[in-house]
Design a protein. Structure first.
Length: 714
């Protein structure tokens, strides 16, 4: 049984011509042990990464610097998706970059396919996502990767977004905490993590040209916090700038969001690489704040060298970019340790197989369970439906995060194995609705597996299940009252059949252990404890970005007119009832929250809790008859004059409880929990006033409520 983190802090406030490559670059320097520290003073480990970078920069020729500022294409070694040659003369390691949101990507074999990031996020368990990062980092490192392209941390604004499954959800504080935990996990195993895609990357429909029109307050309150936390708390080594434009300027040459937000505001000392093909200029990008072009040298090879020689880019400016690249490489120890891994290595292990299963179990959300139909009695005869339930399990999303699965246990296999000899398990793929209805009649319980095919490069046209899957559910439910729908989707779907079915489970893209994990949840070997990290709408019209101007945009402009009202904030602000709200998820047991006490926090510098402002205490009780875990969610409602959405998630904790057990929960809210971004002053302010603190088990089930005066109590 995993340990849950009981105390979770709130978001801390806080073409040119090809450059000729000298022979020395050809070496793929993996081991960079210092030959002679006297001639290579930057190899002195007692110096800081910045000191070491500065010493090295002094020794680098212009050609050597230019080489570090772009990838090479084609890649001269097997595997990876990005490559920067090493430098044998100076001991600089080659950079080998690989995708990896749910496992090592780019066609790598013999790796573990984990559930999609949206699934692990649904566990609301920061310890679990930290381990998820560790498994990814460990497998990448053993594959020879030293820069892992992940995690994807953008706030999901558009439910149809094709990369929703790659990210965590629709709340900035939630995404920030998930990102920090995953980045720390990845970087603890060797590779430098790369948080992406910076910034306002919220659609695929027009991703190479789209211009996100978004005001400063919304940027700072909604879209920036995951990046801010990744830098300040996660110490991420790199960011990937996105394809899209933000307010008229491509992300990879946008001085406001690169130089301004990252450097001036946060003192980010890592590097910004472009998404693949997202660089659009040489001088504009260098001055805007892009450190490295990926995957090739069209702008940052010969044209950059020419710009330096001509004096259009100063050597001092170039050196700043080189420093940005070198500092995380030094900090991560890549100069100091050898990396024996290689792309052909088999990095699988029984531990990682079972971890993949654990994540799938912990990320599966029970959305509906009429009359406690679930967990299934061992002896019920079952009929399984849908291609995703049988020969074509939908275990992962597409695009650059796609992984070559070592195996996938289909739901049918998993359920048959779990049912054993005790119960008959029938199957129909659903292509013939009459045949499906006949099979449904023959079993006590019908389980329909439906799916979406979500991928980078494409948004879904709408939130309907594709093909005839809605009809399949309706046909089965019409003849079998005990119908359960299992969703293998990467994001929300509409459920026109919701009232006709007895149960609904969101299993996401569950990875290689798909069938074993869903069987464990269906039969109650695992008590579901996951919660939605995004809202499920009731209808196509009732979503925050329903207007064409918002998504996919008109004339290339996508207007963020909903401003702060992203996700549940919009449902609450407009009094719109979602089908299933943010934070919602059922269990096979029941919980009750009680005794909310909200008081000013004592600032304790010793404990590292100095930034805590308000302490929230409450009790959580398991009122049912079996062990389970509940996610305690604390939301803050600001005074109306602050102009904020009705209430916003600020802190959460997952608590494991035996039947009948009560545990105290104590959480801290920091300054940011009570702040707003003042766009006229360009900084955060905490207006005096009476603030509401809500505690509950979903954004729409906030059973406890208290007020606290902010300002006068300072
Ligand atoms: C994606 C990135 C990915 C890169 C390399 C791009 O299309 O947007 O997320 O890391 O390709 O595969």
């Amino acid at each position: 049984m995993r340990r849950f983190m009981h105390l979770v802090g709130c978001l801390l406030i806080g073409a040119g011509a090809l450059l000729s490559v000298p022979a020395l670059w050809a070496a793929d320097v993996i081991s960079t042990a210092a030959k002679d520290q006297a001639s290579r003073p930057w190899m002195n480990k007692s110096l800081s990464p910045v000191q070491r970078a500065n010493l090295l920069i002094k020794e680098m020729t212009l050609d050597e610097k230019i080489v570090m500022m772009h990838g090479v294409s084609p890649i001269p070694v097997k595997g990876y998706v990005g490559y920067v040659p090493g430098n044998a003369r100076l001991g600089i390691p080659a950079l080998r970059l690989a995708d990896g949101r749910a496992g090592v990507g780019n066609g790598a074999r013999d790796i573990t396919l984990l559930p999609a990031p949206i699934a692990v996020a649904s566990s609301w368990d920061l310890g679990l996502i930290n381990e998820y990062g560790k498994v990814l980092g460990q497998e990448q490192w053993a594959k020879g990767t030293n820069v892992e392209l992940g995690p994807t941390i953008d706030v999901v604004r558009v439910p149809e977004w094709g990369r929703t499954f790659e990210s965590y959800g629709e709340d900035p504080t939630f995404n920030a905490q998930m990102a920090v935990a995953e980045i720390k996990g990845i970087q603890s195993q060797g590779p430098i993590a790369d948080a992406n895609m910076y910034m306002t990357m919220n659609q695929e429909s027009n991703r190479f040209k789209e211009d996100s029109i978004v005001d400063e307050r919304t940027l700072r309150e909604i879209y920036f916090p995951p990046y801010e936390a990744s830098i300040l708390d996660g110490h991420v080594g790199t960011l990937m700038c996105a394809y899209v434009k933000t307010n008229g300027i491509y992300s990879c040459e946008n001085p406001e969001i690169l130089n301004g937000f990252l450097r001036k505001l946060l003192n980010f000392d890592g590097w910004v690489m472009s998404d693949w093909g997202a660089t659009h200029s040489t001088i504009g990008s260098v001055t805007g704040g892009l450190d490295q072009q990926m995957p090739d040298d069209t702008f940052y090879g010969a044209p950059l060298k020419a710009a330096v020689l001509k004096g259009d880019v100063s050597v001092a400016a170039l050196d700043e970019h080189i420093r940005d690249i070198l500092v995380p490489i030094f900090r991560q120890g890549l100069f100091d340790k050898s990396q024996p891994g290689n792309w052909e290595a088999n990095v699988r292990s029984p531990e990682h197989d079972s971890f993949s299963r654990e994540v799938a179990e912990q990320g599966t959300i029970l959305l509906k369970n009429d009359k406690n139909l679930l967990p299934l009695p061992a002896k019920s005869s079952i009929a399984v439906f849908g291609t995703a339930g049988g020969k074509e399990p939908k275990a992962e999303g597409g695009g650059s995060s796609a992984v070559v699965a070592p195996y996938i246990v289909s739901p049918l296999e998993g359920i048959r194995k779990r049912a054993g000899a005790l119960a008959q398990v029938l199957y129909a793929d659903g292509s013939d609705l009459n045949a499906a209805a006949k099979t449904a009649r023959a079993a006590e319980v019908a389980i329909v597996f439906v799916h979406t095919d979500e991928t980078e490069g494409d948004d879904r046209p709408n939130l309907k299940l594709p093909g005839a899957q809605d009809q399949l559910i309706a046909a089965v439910a019409a003849v079998n009252k005990k119908t359960i729908v299992v969703l293998d989707t990467g994001g929300p779907v509409l459920m026109p059949w919701i009232d006709a079915v007895a149960g609904v489970i969101e299993a996401w893209y569950p990875g290689q252990e798909d069938g074993n994990a869903i069987a464990a949840v269906l039969y109650g070997d695992v008590n579901p404890s996951a919660k939605l990290p995004l809202s499920f709408p009731r209808s196509a019209a009732e979503i925050p970005t329903a207007q064409l101007e918002q998504w996919p945009g008109v004339n290339g402009l996508s207007t963020y007119s909903e401003k702060l009202n992203v996700g549940y904030r919009w449902y609450d602000a407009t009094n719109t009832q979602p089908l299933f709200p943010f934070g919602f998820g059922l269990s096979y047991t029941t919980f009750k929250l009680s005794n909310l006490v909200v008081a000013p926090a004592k600032l304790d510098t010793q404990s590292g809790l100095a930034r805590g402002r308000v302490r929230v205490k409450l009790n959580v009780t398991n009122t049912g008859s079996r062990e389970g875990a509940e996610v305690v969610q604390v939301y803050v409602g600001q005074p109306a004059k602050n102009g904020e959405p009705p209430h916003q998630l600020r802190v959460f904790a997952k608590v494991q409880l035996k039947a009948g057990e009560t545990k105290p929960v104590s959480l801290l809210l920091d300054d940011r929990a009570f702040s707003i971004f003042d766009a006229s002053l360009h900084h955060w302010i905490t207006p005096d006033g009476s603030y509401e603190v809500f505690a509950g088990t979903s954004s729409r089930d906030l059973t406890l409520h208290a007020r606290i005066a902010i300002g006068q109590t300072r």
